[in-house]
Ligand binder design. Structure first.
Ligand code: IPT
Length: 485
């Protein structure tokens, strides 16, 4: 009896202890460093957005930065149809698009109460038209998230001898309110830094207040003096590529002279104190606005695929500019290539050859965090290590020999940038390993990281997380064969 009792007690103690420890290990890892807001998490999931540069410049020969003097009589699209724009987005799998309501020349695509330099003084629809209204209505009907660009810099206003920044601050706030109040939900607004150097933080403070009050879901693209309010940053070029690494974090206050910080904008900073990820703006044509001379110079599907892999595939969001022509329609080459990019993406990532693999890791956190979560296609389940392990080796014994030329990783961004070093190797016997050089000594992961390389034939793949700020939290790993271009 005595012995039995002792065994019983030991059993109870062991069970409760193991219960306790498995409870501990079942806890989610704590976030590390700056983490994204809900707005930023939603923004990352858009992956690709469209930009629509359309306005007075469309009607001026080879002008992209009008001086604000072009006559309003010039603006006269012959067949504007924002529903056609939506079809292009749908065929491109693009969930969100930002329309230029007012570019630096100051011409307003909507009948602003605060300016005469607008559609209301143009021949289009006898001055009764409103491009912004048509655009937002089309977005709503198509289920596309609408964004509005209102250039902070306004050359037309500046022509006035009475111009001063104090009055302009009020003028801009009034126009911003019109757009944020009267057109429905606005998912992003864009504070272009081009020409906006004289605009100071106090001005942006007031404008940010307007945006935050009227449109709480609206992401602010900020530059220069507006970084303090920014949900996302400029990537430092207009060519379509993020840095390698590319951190979502950056020391926002260190950005003073933009030209001195192009590398930081492009790569972010691993220990940056603010979470301001990169948005990659690039045009599908050489210019931002449509010019007939550039017909035939639309970026090819191959060029767009490179851009996608070097932006979305580098922890950034792609903002791809489309330029409606003088009819007010997206030219057909451009819409064809947008759809071509979409097929390239879906076909390349449709089968993950790591699915069905036998997956092992050394420091799994507990049964809710198994490495099998990496291939289940569900971003709500993830692989994590125990708190004290910032590195691990995850081995995939594939269900058969596979040929692949691309890999993709995704971190749990809500928990902050964790991994800071990783490499991938392959093997055909599970004993001798060959590094994939393009995927060796990598640093950032974040929302999504894609690496491409020459085709490899292998039956084992191994992901080595070599360094981190805290224990690992990864939700996806995949190997793929790129579709044919
Ligand atoms: C550049 C601005 O300086 C930068 O702040 C950002 O707004 C960017 O444009 C957007 O593309 S100016 C450009 C001529 C490089």
């Amino acid at each position: 009896m005595k012995k039995q009792r002792r065994i019983q007690i030991i059993l109870i103690i062991t069970l409760s202890l193991s219960g306790f420890s498995s409870q501990l290990s079942a806890q989610a890892p704590a976030p590390v460093g700056p983490v994204p807001s809900e707005r930023q998490v939603e923004w990352y999931h858009r992956e690709i957005m469209a930009f629509f540069h359309f306005g007075m410049n469309t009607f001026c020969d080879m002008v992209n930065e009008g001086d604000g003097r072009a006559g309003t009589y010039l603006f006269n699209p012959t067949a504007l149809d924002c529903n056609q724009w939506m079809k292009v987005l749908k065929s491109g799998g693009i969930p969100c698009g930002i329309i230029v309501a007012k570019h630096a020349d100051g011409f307003c695509n909507w009948p602003s109460d605060y300016s005469d330099y607008s559609v209301k003084n143009s021949p289009w629809k006898n001055g009764k038209g409103d491009v912004v209204r048509e655009y937002l209505d089309a977005c709503k009907a198509a289920g596309i998230k609408a964004g509005i660009y209102v250039g902070p810099h306004d050359r037309h206003e500046r022509l006035s001898p009475l111009y001063n920044t104090k009055d302009y601050s009020i003028h801009y706030a009034s126009q911003l309110s019109e757009l944020m109040r009267n057109y429905g939900t606005v998912w992003e607004t864009w504070w272009d830094g081009a020409g906006a150097d004289e605009l100071t933080t106090p001005l942006y403070t007031r404008w940010a207040d307007t945006v935050r009050t009227l449109q709480p879901k609206c992401v602010i693209f900020g530059t220069k003096n507006s970084y303090r309010f920014a949900d996302c940053r400029w990537v430092g070029n207009e060519s379509g590529f993020s840095g390698d690494p590319c951190w979502s974090t950056i020391d926002s206050l260190s950005i003073k002279e933009e030209s001195d910080h192009i590398t930081e904008l492009n790569q972010g900073q691993v220990n940056g104190n603010a979470y301001i990820p990169a948005e990659v703006d690039v045009s599908i044509r050489p210019s931002w606005f449509y010019h007939k001379e550039e017909d035939g110079h639309t970026k090819t599907v191959k060029e767009l695929w490179d851009i996608y892999c070097n932006s979305v595939g580098r922890n950034s969001v792609l903002l791809l500019n489309l330029a409606p022509d003088r009819r007010g329609l997206i030219p057909s080459d451009d819409s064809t290539n947008v759809a071509g990019l979409h097929s390239m993406i879906t076909n390349s990532f449709k089968s993950n050859f790591a699915k069905g693999a036998k997956i092992t890791a050394l420091h799994t956190r507990g049964r809710n965090y198994n490495p099998s979560n990496l291939v289940d296609g569900n971003e709500n389940t993830y692989f994590a290590t125990k708190d004290k392990f910032k590195s691990d080796t995850i081995t995939f014994k594939l269900d058969s020999r596979k040929v692949f030329d691309c890999l993709m990783l995704q971190e749990v961004i809500q928990l902050g940038h964790r991994t800071t070093g990783w490499s991938v190797d392959y093997s055909n016997n599970g004993k001798t390993w060959t590094p994939i050089s393009e995927a060796s000594n990598k640093q950032s992961i974040g929302y999504k990281w894609i690496v491409r390389f020459a085709p490899i034939s292998a039956s084992y793949v191994r992901l080595r997380i070599t360094d981190g700020k805290a224990c690992i939290a990864l939700h996806s790993f995949g190997i793929y064969k790129q579709a044919k271009l």
